[in-house]
Design a protein around this ligand. Structure first.
Ligand SMILES: Cc1cc2nc3c(=O)[nH]c(=O)nc-3n(C[C@H](O)[C@H](O)[C@H](O)COP(=O)(O)O)c2cc1C
Length: 562
């Protein structure tokens, strides 16, 4: 179709016809007496109908009764009765519906000239004609059955729906699309970096907005996806995967490739990336480049895949994938110096560009450039300044972990390369109670959550469960937590000291199961769990599964387990 305004208008026909039908059925409902809105109109007995002013409407006499009431009176029987306001409202709805139908009819007539829009425009013309005459017909003709009108309107709309499938899919300018499916932000970050280097040639989208139609619109689609849980899809990809599973298999021109992000320490390494790749192939899409596995954001693996993408697109730019900002160390305090191992450090960093939300992560680049970055939960809530709770990681052979070793030995004035990673599924929901469950360094995001509550003066209750080994050594952020309690921000604090008291977080959850259930089911509390996956995460989730009702388990539980 030559003119774009007409194309845009035609694509809106179906939506408008639905709105008009709703308007028309509303008006008809009024006339049929289905919709009454509990109005009663007391009418005093009249001596003579002729004395009342009235007019003829489709062969019936309509009279104005005292009190601004309009009634249709036929052979001595009173028909529909409306107040003046109701009559005005009905007239306005009818007027706009009829105007919209008239516009669709005119545009359909113009669109009929174009072959690819002919079927759709023809059906839309028929449907709008039917919708235009149908209510009038049922008013003028007595004895028209309401259900028959409903059948006709529904039939017309179904025909339009069916004909919409014949519409050509609008062409986009870009031939390629990069799609990300991310849980903690790495896949999104990476997709954005890659897109930056080729933005003129490709579009970018989150998998949550992706439909099969969009997929088919592009010549090439590149997926950057992570794997979660036990080899599962990130939350944002679930809807798209369900749609794709239910779709028919049909040969498609669209080529694809999957960059599968994962972590080799999981048995289900990159499982979702592989699953998506096979599913796409099953449904008829063409695999252009083999699925590429990336272990903990290995930059060389990503660069290799991107080079192959570049060859397909005819570009030769080597992207600077990981752009880190320079962070300056402001403070570094050991929180449990009496401990002989498992030292925990509160590290404060400054960067003028740092912007983040409570729940976000900081990716830190170890000193050795070719090493993978490490992710840490942010414990602060003020832009520019980032606080981390870092546990010095001791490997099985007794050596200290690269990133945690580097961070814990920093002194004020030192520099680190780091960059914020958005963690949208762990952003806390405002104005609802929170139950925060953390262990060890998993306390960090909850300090940020509580600071957010403080800054926003949000008075919804907060409950924190925290687990560590020794009450005398490991009560991190104790002063901050006491201050939050004194200010009424932290409503309940339950701590489990496994080595001091032999109590674990799941024991505390079990003891308070009634209150937790009540907070979640009745007060709408959201539950956030952060800490190590093995041991803590698994046991907490198993306990919560017994406590939380099924619907809330899906919608009100958020995890950040590492
Ligand atoms: C709770 C959790 C579960 C994970 N499960 C897997 C897994 O089963 N297989 C895998 O290869 N990687 C797994 N990973 C690693 C992530 O896929 C990897 O860190 C990825 O880079 C994260 O990308 P994202 O930030 O875009 O979500 C898991 C990570 C977390 C935190």
């Amino acid at each position: 179709m030559s003119s774009t305004w007409l194309t845009k208008a035609v694509l809106q026909f179906e939506r408008v016809l639905w709105l008009v039908s709703i308007g028309m059925l509303f008006v008809l409902g009024y006339f049929w007496g289905v919709l009454e809105f509990g109005m009663s109109h007391p009418v005093s007995l009249m001596t003579s109908l002729e004395a009342l002013s009235g007019f003829e409407f489709s062969g019936r006499s309509v009279h104005q009764l005292p009190g601004g009431i309009w009634a249709h009176i036929s052979e001595g029987e009173v028909g529909y009765i409306f107040t003046r306001t109701e009559l005005l409202f009905i007239s306005i709805v009818t007027f706009f519906c009829q105007i919209a139908l008239a516009i669709i009819m005119v545009l359909s007539l113009i669109a009929l000239r174009d072959k690819s829009y002919r079927l759709y425009a023809g059906v839309a013309l028929y449907a709008s004609g039917l919708l235009m005459v149908s209510p009038l017909y049922s008013l003028y003709e007595s004895g028209v059955l309401p259900w028959w009108e409903l059948v006709r309107v529904a039939g017309a709309l179904l025909c339009v729906r069916w004909a919409a499938k014949s519409l050509p899919v609008p062409q986009t300018h870009s031939q390629a699309l990069i799609v990300y499916a991310s849980q903690t932000g790495s896949a999104k970050y990476l997709a954005q970096r890659l897109h930056d280097t080729a933005h003129a040639l490709m579009d970018i989208a989150c998998v949550s907005t992706l439909t099969e139609q969009t997929l088919k619109r592009y010549q090439r689609v590149f997926f950057v996806v992570s794997t979660y849980g036990q080899g599962e899809a990130p939350d944002s990809a679930r809807r798209f995967v369900n749609t794709l599973q239910g779709a028919n298999s049909a040969a498609s021109q669209t080529q694809f490739s999957v960059l599968a992000l994962g972590d080799r320490t999981y048995q289900t390494f990159c499982a979702f990336g592989h699953y998506l790749s096979e599913l796409l192939e099953q449904k008829g899409y063409q695999r252009a480049i083999p699925t590429t596995e990336i272990d903990r954001m290995d930059p060389q693996g990503v660069a290799h895949w991107w080079q192959q993408v570049g060859e397909l697109l005819g570009i030769h730019t080597a992207p600077e994938l990981f752009e880190y900002d320079d962070y300056t160390v402001m403070a570094n305090e050991c929180l449990n110096p009496e401990q002989t191992h498992r030292l925990a450090h509160r590290v404060t960093l400054f960067c003028a560009n740092a912007r983040y939300e409570a729940g976000d992560l900081l990716a830190v680049q170890p000193e050795q450039k070719d090493e993978h970055e490490r992710l840490y939960s942010i414990a602060s809530y003020q832009d520019n300044t980032i606080e981390l709770l870092v546990r010095q990681h001791i490997r099985a052979d007794g050596t200290i972990g690269l990133a945690s070793g580097m961070l814990s030995q920093l002194t004020p004035g030192d520099r680190v390369l780091a960059s914020v990673r958005e963690h949208t599924t762990f952003h806390p929901k405002a104005n609802v109670p929170w139950i925060m469950i953390g262990a060890g360094t998993g306390l960090a995001p909850f300090i940020s959550f509580l600071k957010k509550r403080q800054a926003e003066q949000d008075s919804a209750p907060c409950w924190l469960f925290f687990g560590e080994q020794y009450v005398e050594h490991d009560a991190y952020f104790a002063k901050d937590l006491t201050a939050f309690q004194d200010q009424g921000i932290l409503t309940r604090l339950d701590r489990a000291w496994s080595r001091s008291d032999g109590v674990y977080v799941p024991d505390l959850l079990q003891q308070s199961h009634k209150a937790i259930r009540q907070w979640v089911a009745e007060q709408g509390a959201h539950v956030y769990v952060c800490g190590s996956r093995e041991g803590f995460g698994e046991s907490v989730l198993a306990t919560l599964q017994d406590i939380l009702p099924e619907p809330q388990w899906q919608s009100q539980l958020h995890t950040d387990l590492y």
